[in-house]
Design a protein around this ligand. Sequence first.
Ligand code: KG4
Ligand code: ZN
Length: 342
Amino acid sequence: MNILGIETSCDETSVAIISDGQLKINLIFSQEFHKEFGGVVPELSSRAHLQLLMPLIKKALNQSFLSLNQIDLIAATAGPGLIGALLVGLTFAKSLAFSLNRPFIPVNHIEGHVFSGFLMEQKPEFPYLCLVVSGGHTLLLIVKSDTEIEQLGTTIDDAAGEAFDKVAKLLGLGYPGGPKIQSAAEGLKSDSINFPIAHCKSEFDFSFSGLKTSVLRYIQKNFGSSEKIPPENLRMIAFSFQQTVIKALVTNVKKAVEKFHFNSISLVGGVAANKLLGIELEAIAKKFNKKLVIPSSQFCTDNAAMIAYRGLILHNAGFKYNLEYNAYPSISDNTFIKPFIQ
Ligand code: KG4
Ligand code: ZN
């Protein structure tokens, strides 16, 4: 059984092939040119996906020694994401499925991240606590089985990755903000600036927009503007901000581990690449004797391997979709649970 996975929800064009349950190839093209605009330009992203998708599919097939006719199932991200970008990958996948007369599986991007730990040798064990931290989402979930996910908490405003990107912009560090802030803060051990952590009404929710405003106010009050921040102070702001985000995330994980029963903890999404966050979660996992699964970086950032894998699981669970299934931009339009119901 050969599954072709396609991911085009944002600025990564990615194609993967899973053969008989084994990942054969996971090609990721990051559209670096968005950097000069300080963020992803949706129209440019869609056009780039359009140009990149076919050559990437050909390359993936060649490198896997497969022909298009040997593909048995096509899975593509249906949402959430940039609608134009999603439409490129989804329409391509549906057309391919139609022309080859093969089943097509629309995959929820967040579900792709949630189950991405299964691409690792050490896999999560159900039920597991999953912290999804990406540029668009911050979710704390209980994953009970392949088809049962319960949401404990979400962000009430900005996503964790979005906060990294916005604060990096405030500091003049460029895009994407997460890696820039991480490297600016590297080597520092204790934070001297106490940025506040927002407390939400709901026990497991997160909020990061106030933190971003606090950083802005701190810069304005102490330096006037970001260009006037001395390098050492800039490093300390980056470090203190990073520590605050990590503390907010880790506090809710700890509360959940104390309150519910889990066999594993999994940290997924682009922000999972943050080293200090990983170290903090490792300490919690050790303390509570839980298995911790953090996918390697190629499976943390957006990738088609996780989409192909999710497609395989849904197919094996008997889910069938017709070609009328459409792309959706946000989880409120079609929550991540919904694809289970069809
Ligand atoms: O999952 P992802 O690749 O795309 C979305 O679905 O959003 O996540 C991208 C996000 C960006 O906001 C980026 O700044 C953040 O992940 N990120 C990081 C790190 N690497 C990427 N945030 C913190 N620390 C990092 N090392
Ligand atoms: Zn993502």
